[in-house]
Design a protein around this ligand. Structure first.
Ligand code: 13P
Length: 251
C-alpha cells in the first residue's frame, strides 16, 4: 500500500491577517511541483481569503479546530459546514494545545471527528503523550486511549482521515523525537488500527509532529510508518516549510 506523503503546516495563533495571505502565497510558490500533498492551517480570520487565493493550486487549507454542531446558539464557535463553505477541505482536531488549554477530552475529540466526517471535511486527529507520561512508561497506553476514542469513526472511511502523533514534549521545544522513537510509536499506532480493520491500518496516513525542521525531516519521513509531518514553528517560513515538503521520499 503506498500512502501519499502529507505535509501540513499548523500556523497556530500566528499570521492571521495580511501576513497569512503572504505566507500562503509563498508556500504555494515554494512547493510547486512537490510530490507530497501540502496543507496549511491558518487562523479562522484569514482562512476564507487564503482558500480563495489558493483555489486551483496544489495546496489545501485546514481549520485548526471546529465545534461539533452545524449551527445554533454557540457564541464564538465555528462549525464543520462553515469551514467547508470557507474553502477548507481539512481540519486539525484534538491538538495537544487544545487538550491542555481548552479542556478538550477524548470524548469531545471523537464528537469533532464525527462532525468533520459528516461534513466531508478530512480530519487530522492528534494524539500524543506528555513528558511525564513517557517517563512513566505510559506512551502507548495514552496514545491508544486517545486513538481508540475515534478510530472506529475513521474506519467508516478508511484512508480518508489522518492521525497525527505529536509527543507533547517535542512540540515547540526543539526536542524532536529520534527517528527510532517516532517509528516505534507510529508502528504501534498502525498495529492498533489493524485491530479495528486491516484496511484502516494500511490506508491511514500517520503524521509525526514535534519540532520538525528542514534538517531533521528527511530522517523522520524515511521511516516506514511515518507518512508525513504536522509542522508548527517551521511552517511559518515558506522556504523552510518547502524544504520539509521536499524531504518527503518519492512514492
Ligand atoms: P512545532 O513544530 O513548533 O514543534 O509544533 C508542532 C505542532 O504542534 C504541530 O501541530
Amino acid at each position: 500500500m503506498t500512502r501519499k506523503y502529507l505535509i501540513a503546516g499548523n500556523w497556530k495563533l500566528n499570521a492571521g491577517g495580511a501576513k497569512g495571505i503572504e505566507l500562503a502565497t509563498a508556500v504555494a510558490a515554494a512547493t510547486k511541483g512537490a510530490q507530497a500533498e501540502v496543507v496549511v492551517a491558518p487562523p479562522f480570520t484569514v482562512l476564507a481569503a487564503i482558500a480563495n487565493d489558493l483555489e486551483g493550486t496544489h495546496v489545501g487549507v485546514a481549520g485548526q479546530n471546529l465545534y461539533p454542531k452545524d449551527s445554533g446558539a454557540f457564541t464564538g464557535e465555528i462549525s464543520a459546514p462553515m469551514l467547508l463553505e470557507a474553502g477548507a477541505k481539512w481540519v486539525i482536531l484534538g491538538h495537544s494545545e487544545r487538550r491542555q488549554y481548552f479542556g478538550e477530552t477524548d470524548a469531545s475529540v471523537k464528537d469533532k471527528v464525527v462532525a468533520a466526517l459528516a461534513a466531508n471535511l478530512c480530519p487530522i486527529a492528534c494524539i500524543g503523550e506528555t513528558l511525564a507520561e513517557r517517563e512513566a512508561g505510559k506512551t502507548l497506553e495514552v496514545c491508544f486511549r486517545q486513538l481508540d476514542a475515534f478510530s472506529a469513526e475513521l474506519a467508516k472511511r478508511p484512508g480518508y482521515g489522518v492521525v497525527a502523533y505529536e509527543p507533547v514534549w517535542a512540540i515547540g521545544t526543539g526536542k524532536v523525537a529520534t527517528q527510532e522513537q517516532a517509528q516505534e510509536v507510529h508502528a504501534a499506532i498502525r498495529q492498533r488500527l489493524a485491530a479495528v480493520s486491516a484496511e484502516l491500518a494500511s490506508k491511514t496516513r500517520i503524521l509525526y509532529g514535534g519540532s520538525v525542521k528542514a534538517d531533521n525531516a528527511a530522517g523522520l519521513l524515511g521511516s516506514a510508518d511515518i507518512d508525513g509531518a504536522l509542522v508548527g514553528g517551521a511552517s511559518l517560513d515558506a522556504a523552510g516549510f518547502a524544504a520539509i515538503v521536499k524531504a518527503a521520499p518519492a512514492t
